[in-house]
Write a protein that binds this ligand. Structure first.
Ligand code: SAH
Length: 570
């Protein structure tokens, strides 16, 4: 037995034939998503177009991978990443028909545990090749959550000594080893030592530390990392047993605190209370009074590993993310990671659906597109409770979307809990850029981005800006070009554009770009009529230098040259 990875695995399949095996595995990991190759697999949770890129990106995000294909394909695909330091999630190859389960990578992340579980579910055997695991039925170097291994290199030597026939003692409490088949002997030279005392590493001991120590701190302490280290050392407590820092709710946003916690590799939790010692007692009242080695520091030691989630509250997080135009491969990895960690997801229903699928534990709050400020305030309310909240926009969140509304809501609020939220805006590929890329480079020189919607601004200002942008000979990108409630505005806008541009000016119309059924048309300003455009269309109008030429596959490339006025030599 060992720790299985906390993240839900990705089950990756290449053909329809593997779907039923994938679904059987999914029953063992209900949060896992099935990734199917687009055009070949229907009924998967997510579809991908490039096997290699998909597998590598999952690996780099530390997602456990169950690939239903030949082990060789998986090895070759991941080979370029293996020498990099970084994530090593469990990676398994499973035969499409479910007849074989081969753990490949992630021995310390619990791959063998997964292999055994999947093999049991598929009623076959796991091809376990790790000798320690085979002999003892557990990976000693991979203790369960709540415990941490002292030193990996020493640990490997320790296991190989055990494998060569040595016996072993267990000191301290290691409930997970009760079922292991260890060659135990009370007088053995080798010992597995479980405890939080500071101890010199030795080849005869496998040191495993329970994460059962909390250090309550005053956030203003200078040089916090060193102070915490020294305080633990003075109390003869191992740094490895530190489970979390605890601080006052009033300093939730203090960046020194978060930097220190990150350096120590532990989370920070918050509670009320005047002194460090008060706060420690408040979250762990059943323990003895904490040790107070110096002013502003209190150390509490629990008999068992601490359940961090139950200690005070965490700092809430609010991420305003851009999904890009639609297709998953145009979504930045930071956005995917944010979606994976979210407790709550807010947004217009269409976009929330586009961001999914979600796990059963994630709460979706779908609202009408027009309730932006209300949605922003709701997001802060949730984040202020310590939750991890995501607000979704299509394209980029800062382009006619939620980021500005969220910031406005924060600006208007004097609630300190809202201001303490860890707020981040994560960009996405905006519709104008996604459309431009498909057509070539129509925005290759200076351009102007405008929303033609007069819902939130007077029509006069739209006309004025349009006129000036045309006078300045900027290429134009129109968002929200037309809708049922705004039927005449685009026609009027085009009248203004036609006062400045010749009818041959190239116009690019991108509809549902990056989504199923996308269309891209390159026409001229002379041909353009409002009937060709709807609210799911992006309109790109060229400048006086924008031009087009036929491409080999048919249709046209459009571009606006890099230069203006003076064409560079060569
Ligand atoms: N934040 C979004 C824009 C929201 S405004 C972004 O950065 O892309 C909504 C307008 O964007 C729509 O009326 C349409 O003009 C355009 N749009 C959004 N997604 C699009 C897509 N996939 N294809 C074409 N146009 C799109």
């Amino acid at each position: 037995m060992g720790a299985t990875s906390i993240k839900a695995p990705a089950i990756v399949i290449l053909s329809k034939g593997a779907l039923s095996t994938a679904q059987r595995i999914q029953r063992l990991y209900p949060d896992a998503l099935i990734y199917g190759l687009a055009d070949r697999v229907e009924g998967a949770d997510r579809s991908y177009t490039e096997f290699g890129a998909t597998l590598r990106s999952l690996y780099q995000q530390d997602t456990p991978i169950i690939a239903l294909c030949a082990a060789g394909i998986v090895i070759r695909t991941l080979a370029p990443l293996l020498l990099e330091k970084g994530a090593e999630p469990p990676v398994l190859a499973v035969a499409e028909d479910g007849s074989a389960v081969v753990p490949l990578l992630g021995g310390l992340a619990g791959v063998n545990v997964m292999a055994r579980a999947i093999a049991a579910g598929l009623k076959t055997n796991a091809a376990i090749t790790t000798s320690g695991e085979l002999r003892f039925g557990t990976c000693l170097l991979n203790p369960p959550p709540g415990y941490t291994l002292g030193d990996l290199e020493l640990g490997k030597r320790f296991v190989s000594d055990l494998l060569s026939g040595e016996t072993v003692r267990i000191e301290g409490e290691a409930p997970w080893l009760a079922k292991a088949q260890l060659p135990e002997d009370e007088r053995a030279q080798l010992a597995i030592h479980v405890g939080n005392a500071e101890r010199e590493p030795s080849a005869h001991e496998l040191l495993i530390y329970p994460r059962n120590v909390l250090v309550s701190v005053d956030a203003h302490i200078e040089n916090l990392v060193n102070v915490v280290r020294a305080a633990l050392h003075d109390s003869r407590i191992a740094l490895q047993s530190l489970a979390c820092l605890l601080a006052s709710e009033t300093v939730m946003a203090a960046s020194a605190l978060h930097v220190a916690a990150q350096e120590l590799g532990v989370p920070v939790r918050f509670t009320s209370g005047v002194s460090a010692s008060d706060r420690a007692q408040r979250v762990l009242p059943q323990l003895l009074p904490p040790i107070t080695p110096r002013d502003g520091i209190a150390i509490a030691v629990a008999p068992q590993p601490l359940d961090i989630e139950r200690i005070g509250t965490g700092r809430g997080r609010l991420a305003v993310i851009g999904l890009g135009p639609g297709a998953a491969e145009f979504m930045i990895p930071a956005v995917k990671a944010e979606l994976a960690r979210a407790n709550d997801v807010l947004g217009y229903e269409t976009y929330v659906r586009m961001a999914g699928p979600f796990r059963a534990d994630q709460v979706l709050h779908c609202t009408d597109n027009r309730e932006e400020m209300q949605r922003a305030r709701h997001a802060f309310e949730l984040a202020a409770q310590g939750r991890s909240v995501v607000v979704v926009s299509s394209g980029d969140p800062g382009v006619f979307a939620m980021a500005a509304a969220v910031l406005e809501a924060l600006h208007e609020s004097d609630d300190p809990r809202w201001h303490a939220v860890d707020l981040e805006i994560l960009p996405g590929v905006s519709a104008s850029l996604a459309t431009a890329a498909q057509a070539g480079a129509p925005l290759g020189h200076d351009f102007c981005v405008m929303s033609l919607s007069d819902n939130l601004k007077p029509w006069d200002i739209i006309e004025k800006r349009l006129d000036l942008a045309c006078q300045a000979d900027l290429a134009l990108a129109f968002y929200n070009p037309i809708s049922r409630s705004r039927p005449w505005q685009l026609g009027r806008a085009l009248e203004i554009v036609r006062q400045h541009r010749v009818p041959a000016t190239p116009v690019t119309l991108g509809r549902d770009i990056g989504r199923p059924g996308q269309t891209l048309r390159v026409i001229t300003l002379g041909e353009l009529t409002p009937e060709q455009v709807d609210m799911r269309t992006m309109v790109l109008v060229g400048s006086s230098l924008t031009t087009r030429f036929p491409r080999a596959e048919g249709r046209h490339w459009v571009y606006t040259p890099r230069w203006y006025g003076i064409k560079p030599a060569g």
